[in-house]
Ligand binder design. Structure first.
Ligand SMILES: NC(=O)c1ccc[n+]([C@@H]2O[C@H](COP(=O)([O-])OP(=O)(O)OC[C@H]3O[C@@H](n4cnc5c(N)ncnc54)[C@H](OP(=O)(O)O)[C@@H]3O)[C@@H](O)[C@H]2O)c1
Length: 305
């Protein structure tokens, strides 16, 4: 019989990822800060005649009942809390258990946590993802994994349910390093597309036409494809919250400082994401970076596809 899987953090990403695991036949042990979300998911599965899921009241309970534990939480302090707090994962983690953190957090904190997990005779993988809420729902995430090869192989069947591009990138922490690199490219791409759209719109060209033309040449990129509707309708429901991307660039900048690598454009976009937070746009999709350029330019594009 397959191992029971603990899943903690049922937000925009965690909820569909857990759902996909249940649909693939895995038995899940669920915990979330707002417990009703876990209860709703378990009831939904029961109604649809799917695999049973148990809802528990603490991360420790999850660890007690699971051979493999997955977390999908917002930020480094959230993961540290769930692992180390009273009633946390470490208190009950079984010898031989595998802990997989799929959140985007600091590589340095990841290495520290992995050390503590190993002291319990268990092991840890960092396996952050890209592909957004759509990728999470469709099970097509790109998953970048740091840790031991044998742990990666043990987790692979689960990764194959949740994702499509699954890569073991190196030792503990390296999944998070690659994710930081990914977040630099995504943030800077959104920033570039935003500047291009506001410039063209101010110059009297319809933004839809701009995306169409740019998509056919060297400027083509995934941001223009995936965020097209948000850019054009200016409805910025997340998706990926701007405040989480600000957190990610903070991780990238700290790593840059630690390694002595200059990241000037990342630092600039980090400040623009901070502007979004200060403007009250923290919970909008990161593509609402467009608003910062519009705001500073005193020009707003006409919404419409
Ligand atoms: N959204 C994306 O497109 C995307 C893409 C790639 C990677 N990521 C990364 O994936 C991670 C999750 O992102 P998300 O968008 O799913 O965030 P989210 O919607 O805020 O979900 C986070 C979930 O974690 C739960 N949580 C927070 N603290 C907790 C705690 N101490 N104990 C138990 N549960 C706790 C929250 O509970 P409540 O229900 O009480 O709020 C929520 O359900 C982040 O690290 C993010 O950077 C996100």
């Amino acid at each position: 019989m397959a191992e029971r899987i603990g899943f903690i953090g049922l937000g925009i990403m965690g909820m569909p990822m857990a759902k996909n695991l249940m649909e693939a036949g895995y038995e899940l042990v669920l915990y979330n800060r707002t417990l009703e979300k876990a209860e709703r998911l378990a009831e939904e599965a029961k109604r649809e005649g799917g695999t049973a899921a148990t809802v528990v009241r603490s991360p420790g309970e999850v660890a007690k009942r699971s051979g493999i534990i997955i977390t999908m939480l917002p930020d480094t302090p959230d993961v540290e809390r769930v692992v180390s707090e009273e009633g946390g994962l470490l208190e009950e983690m079984r010898e031989g258990a595998l802990y997989i953190d799929m959140s985007t957090i600091s590589p340095t904190a990841t290495r520290r946590l992995a050390g503590r997990v190993e002291e319990k005779g268990a092991s840890m993988l960092d396996a952050p993802v890209s592909g957004g809420d759509v990728g999470a729902r469709e099970g097509t995430l790109s998953i970048m994994v740091g840790g031991e090869e044998e742990d990666f192989e043990r987790a692979r069947p689960l990764f194959e349910v949740m994702g499509k591009t699954i890569t073991h990138v190196g030792p503990t922490g390296s999944g998070q390093v690659v994710k930081a690199a990914n977040q630099i490219v995504v943030a800077l791409s959104i920033e570039a597309v935003s500047e291009a759209l506001v410039l063209a719109s101010r110059g009297g060209v319809e933004p839809g036409k701009v995306l169409e033309v740019l998509s056919g040449g060297l400027a083509a990129n995934k941001v223009m494809e995936v965020k097209r509707e948000k850019f054009l309708t200016r409805s910025f429901e997340p998706g990926f919250r701007a405040e989480l991307h600000h957190k990610d660039l903070g991780i990238a900048l700290s790593a840059g400082r630690e390694y002595g690598v200059v990241l000037p454009a990342t630092a600039l976009v980090d400040q623009m994401l901070l502007i979004m937070k200060n403007k009250g746009w923290a919970s909008e999709d990161h593509s609402a970076l467009l608003r910062v350029i519009e705001d500073l330019s005193g020009h707003q594009e006409e919404p419409g596809l």
